[in-house]
Design a protein around this ligand. Structure first.
Ligand SMILES: C[S@@+](CC[C@H](N)C(=O)[O-])C[C@H]1O[C@@H](n2cnc3c(N)ncnc32)[C@H](O)[C@@H]1O
Length: 743
C-alpha cells in the first residue's frame, strides 16, 4: 500500500469560505502543501460571525448526550457484536483498554508481518452516499448539493438524534462523547495554554470555520426546514461534536476514488509514529483493510499511522501529543514577517501577495532543518532596495512555486538572512520558555474535580507540545549559529580570534625587548581590522605583525559565548573550551638561538589569573570558559632578542540539551555528530600545534645548518689564510737562507 494512499485525513478541513461559494468545489481542501503553510490571522467565512463566532469560541465546553466516555469498552463490545451480526468477518483483534489511546485494538492471536487485517465491507462504512434514516432530511441536503464534510457532519447529527431507530445506533453509542481535539478547547484555554504555539491560530481558525459552516447551513437550509432540522438538535455545539468526530476518525480511501468515510471498527485503531501502514479499500477482498507492517503477539496493541503529521497537527485534530522525540515528522511553525520600517515594504508585500503569501507567514521547521521556502522569504525580508529586481524571484521561491528554487542563493545577504531567521527563532523560543516557566504556577479557577482534571490534562498537553516545539527551535538555533559562525569566520579570518571561532587561526608576533609597555587593546584591534581587509583579498594562513614591544596583551571578547550565556535558553549549558597554544618559532639573532622562552599569563574577565606559563618555548593549554567577557593573553619576552611567536586561540563550542537523553531518534545522533565535530576541531588544533613545533624545528635546523656553513666557511678561510701565511713565511725563510749562502 502506497504511503500516501490512505491516511486519517481528518486534519484536512479547509479554511473554508461560506458554503454558497463552495458549492461547485470539492469541500475537502488540504492545507497548502508543506512547507509554506499560511498563517491565517483573519477569519475566512463571510457569515456575520462577529458575535456568534466569538461567543461560540468562548463558550464553555458543551455536554453532548450522544456517544460514551472514550474509555468505555462496553459500548465498543456491543459495537463489535453488532458489526459481526451485520457482516464483519471474524477478527484477529479485539477491542480493549490500552495504555496508549485509552481504547484500542489488541491482537487476539499472532499476527504476521504483511498480513491483511480488518476487511470491513462497504455496507458498514459511512460515506456521503450513505442512506439517511430521515430520508426527507437527506433529500433536502442533496438538493442543496452540500459538500461532503458538512453533509457527513449533518448526517452524523441526524442519525445520532434518532437514537436506536438509526441503523448506526451501536456505532454512534461507541463514539466518544467528547472527542479530544482543539475544537473542544475554549478560547480562554487556547489563549492561556497555547499562547506560544502557532497551533493556537490554527485551532481558532478551525473553530471559527466549523461555527461558520454551521451558520451557513442554518441560514441557507435549516432555517427553511425547521421541522427537519430543529435548532435543539442542529446547533453549533452538535456541529462541533460531529466535526470533532470527523477530524479524528474520517479516512480517505484512495482505492475507493479517494472517498472520505467513517469506517466503524477500523477507527478504533490508534496511531503510532513509527508505524507505516494506512487504511485503504482492498478491491480483491472488497473491504477496508490495512497490512500489518510488523508481527504482533497476542495481547499487543496494534497500531496504524494517521499520516506524517507534526505534534501540533496531532493535537489539533486528535487531541494527543506523542512522547517527546518519538515523532520523526514533527515540525514547528515559525512565523516570519516583513519589517514595517523597510523602505521597500510595499513592493515586497505586493510580491508576496502575488504569490499567495502574506506577512506574517508561517513555515515548518523540522529537527533536520528548514525548507528552502523559508530561506527565500528571509532573503526577501532582508534584501536591500538595490536588489528590488530579485523581489519577485524571492517571493516566488518562498511560495514553493519556483522551479529554480534549488539555485536560489544570494551570498551577499546570506548572513543577514540567517541572522533574521535566528532572531525569529529566538523570539519564538523565549515565548515557549516563558510559557513553560509559568505553566507551573498558572491555573484557572477550579470549581469542580471534573474541571480540575480537564485543566490539568489540557495543561499537560500544552506543556508537551511546547516542549517538543521548543526543542526543534533549539536545534534550529544551534544550526543557525554554527552557519553564521562559519560564514563570519570565512569573511574575517583574523577576527576569529575575537569572535571565539574555532577554525584554525595563527598569528605571529614579533616581541622585542623594548622598555615600552603599551596598553594594546585598541591599537591591536585597529591593526586587526586593517589586516582583516588584507585577509579578505589574500586569505593567507598566517599574519605577521611586528609590534616591537615587550608585553603584548591580546584582549579578546567572545560575543558568541556571551550569546550563549545570556540567551534565554535554560537547557543549553555553555561548555565552551578555550584552546591556547604558542610556540616561539624564531629568534632575532642567527648566531644566538634563544632557549629562554617567553611568559604567557591568561586573565579572565574579572582579572583573575587562569593560567600562566613561565619561560616556555612552546606550550598549550585548554580550559573551560566559565564566564563571559574579555579574556587577556599577556606575553612577556625577557630575552634581549626579538622573538617570533606562533600563537593560536580557538573557542570550541559544544552545546547540548538537557532533554537529549530522552530523545530516541535524532537528537543523540546530532549530539554525536557535534561531539565528532568537536573532536575534529581538536585534532585540527593539535595539528596546528605540531605544525608550529615543526616550524620551530625547521628554523632551528636551518639556523644550525647556516651556522655550520658559516663555521665551515670560516674554518676554510682560516685554513686558507693559514696556508697562505705558511707559504708566505716559508718563502721568506727560503729567501733569507739563499741570501746568506751567497755571502
Ligand atoms: C481514530 S480514534 C482511535 C480510537 C480511540 N482510541 C477510541 O477509543 O475511540 C482517534 C483517537 O484515539 C486517541 N489516540 C489515537 N492514537 C493515540 C496515541 N498515540 N496517543 C494517545 N491517544 C491516541 C485520540 O484520542 C484520538 O482522537
Amino acid at each position: 500500500m502506497a504511503k500516501a494512499s490512505s491516511v486519517f485525513q481528518s486534519t484536512l478541513i479547509p479554511s473554508f469560505s461560506p458554503l454558497h461559494q463552495l458549492r461547485s468545489q470539492n469541500f475537502v481542501l488540504s492545507y497548502p502543501p508543506l512547507p509554506a503553510s499560511r498563517c491565517r490571522p483573519g477569519i475566512h467565512c463571510s457569515v456575520s460571525a462577529g458575535e456568534t463566532t466569538r461567543r461560540s469560541v468562548e463558550e464553555e465546553v458543551p455536554d453532548i448526550s450522544w456517544g460514551c466516555e472514550i474509555d468505555s469498552v462496553e459500548n465498543a463490545t456491543s459495537l463489535q457484536k453488532w458489526l459481526s451480526d451485520s457482516g464483519l468477518p471474524p477478527q484477529k483483534m479485539s477491542i480493549d483498554r490500552v495504555d496508549v489511546g485509552e481504547r484500542g485494538l489488541v491482537a487476539s492471536q499472532n499476527l504476521r508481518k504483511g498480513e491483511k487485517l480488518l476487511f470491513v465491507p462497504p455496507s458498514l462504512v459511512i460515506s456521503a452516499d450513505s442512506k439517511w434514516t430521515d430520508a426527507e432530511a437527506g433529500e433536502v441536503m442533496k438538493r442543496y448539493d452540500v459538500p461532503d464534510w458538512p453533509l457527513l457532519a449533518t448526517y452524523l447529527i441526524s442519525e445520532a438524534s434518532l437514537k436506536n431507530s438509526s441503523r448506526w445506533f451501536n456505532y454512534i453509542s461507541a463514539l466518544p462523547r467528547q472527542p479530544y481535539s482543539l475544537l473542544y478547547w475554549t478560547r480562554t484555554e487556547l489563549d492561556m495554554y497555547l499562547e506560544a504555539s502557532q497551533i493556537r491560530e490554527r485551532a481558532i481558525e478551525r473553530i471559527t470555520n466549523v461555527v461558520g459552516t454551521y451558520e451557513d447551513l442554518r441560514s441557507r437550509i435549516f432555517s427553511k426546514h425547521p421541522q427537519l432540522f430543529p435548532k435543539e438538535v442542529f446547533n453549533d455545539e452538535t456541529f462541533k461534536w460531529s466535526f470533532g468526530i470527523l477530524f479524528s476518525r474520517l479516512v480517505r480511501l484512495p482505492s475507493m476514488d479517494g472517498r472520505f468515510a467513517l469506517v466503524p471498527w477500523a477507527d478504533m485503531l490508534n496511531h503510532n509514529c513509527e508505524v507505516e501502514t494506512y487504511l485503504d479499500y482492498d478491491k480483491s477482498s472488497k473491504g477496508v483493510v490495512f497490512t500489518a507492517d510488523r508481527p504482533y503477539q497476542p495481547g499487543e496493541q496494534v497500531f496504524i499511522s494517521y499520516g506524517n503529521k507534526s505534534n501540533g497537527e496531532l493535537l489539533l485534530s486528535y487531541g494527543f501529543v506523542p512522547r517527546e522525540g518519538t515523532n520523526p515528522s514533527d515540525s514547528v511553525e515559525l512565523a516570519l514577517s516583513l519589517r514595517k520600517t523597510d523602505e521597500c515594504y510595499k513592493e515586497k508585500l505586493d510580491a508576496l501577495k502575488k504569490h499567495g503569501l502574506s506577512t506574517p507567514q508561517c513555515f515548518p521547521v523540522r529537527i533536520t532543518g528548514w525548507p528552502m521556502e523559508l530561506m527565500a522569504y528571509a532573503y526577501l525580508v532582508v534584501s536591500p532596495p538595490n536588489m528590488r529586481n530579485s523581489f519577485e524571484e524571492m517571493a516566488k521561491a518562498a511560495s514553493n512555486k519556483s522551479s529554480t528554487k534549488k539555485d536560489l542563493s544570494y551570498p551577499e545577504i546570506e548572513e543577514e538572512a540567517l541572522q533574521f531567521i535566528l532572531d525569529s527563532c529566538e523570539t519564538s523560543i523565549s515565548k515557549f520558555s516563558r510559557f513553560l516557566k509559568e505553566s507551573g504556577s498558572m491555573d484557572l479557577d477550579i470549581t469542580s474535580p471534573k474541571q480540575l482534571n480537564r485543566k490539568a490534562f489540557l495543561k499537560q498537553l500544552a506543556v508537551d507540545l511546547s516542549t517538543s516545539e521548543r526543542r526543534i527551535l533549539y536545534r534550529a538555533q544551534y544550526i543557525l549559529r554554527r552557519r553564521l559562525r562559519d560564514i563570519r569566520s570565512g569573511e574575517l579570518k583574523a577576527l576569529r580570534l575575537f569572535s571565539g571561532l574555532r577554525n584554525f587561526f595563527s598569528l605571529k608576533l614579533f616581541v622585542s625587548n623594548s622598555e615600552r609597555i603599551l596598553s594594546l587593546s585598541p591599537l591591536f584591534l585597529a591593526q586587526f581590522l586593517f589586516f582583516s581587509d588584507f585577509l579578505n583579498t589574500h586569505q593567507p594562513e598566517r599574519i605577521f605583525i611586528d609590534l616591537s614591544i615587550t608585553r603584548l596583551i591580546l584582549s579578546t571578547q567572545f560575543p558568541d559565548l556571551e550569546d550563549e550565556l545570556e540567551g534565554c535558553d535554560p537547557n543549553i549549558r555553555a561548555r565552551d573550551t578555550l584552546h591556547v597554544s604558542f610556540v616561539v618559532i624564531k629568534s632575532d639573532s642567527q648566531w644566538h638561538f634563544n632557549e629562554d622562552g617567553v611568559d604567557l599569563v591568561i586573565h579572565g574577565p574579572t582579572g583573575e589569573q587562569i593560567h600562566d606559563f613561565r619561560e616556555q618555548i612552546s606550550a598549550k593549554h585548554d580550559f573551560v570558559v566559565q564566564k563571559k567577557g574579555v579574556y587577556r593573553f599577556c606575553f612577556t619576552n625577557k630575552s634581549p632578542y626579538h622573538e617570533t611567536i606562533d600563537f593560536d586561540v580557538q573557542l570550541g563550542h559544544f552545546a547540548y540539551y538537557d532533554q537529549h537523553a530522552k530523545d530516541e531518534h535524532f537528537t543523540p545522533l546530532m549530539e554525536q555528530i557535534s561531539k565528532l565535530e568537536e573532536a575534529l576541531y581538536n585534532i585540527q588544533f593539535e595539528q596546528h600545534w605540531l605544525e608550529a613545533q615543526t616550524d620551530r624545528q625547521a628554523i632551528v635546523n636551518e639556523n644550525m645548518s647556516k651556522r655550520a656553513v658559516h663555521k665551515a666557511l670560516f674554518e676554510s678561510f682560516a685554513l686558507i689564510g693559514a696556508s697562505v701565511l705558511q707559504v708566505y713565511l716559508l718563502c721568506r725563510l727560503f729567501e733569507r737562507k739563499l741570501g746568506m749562502s751567497r755571502v
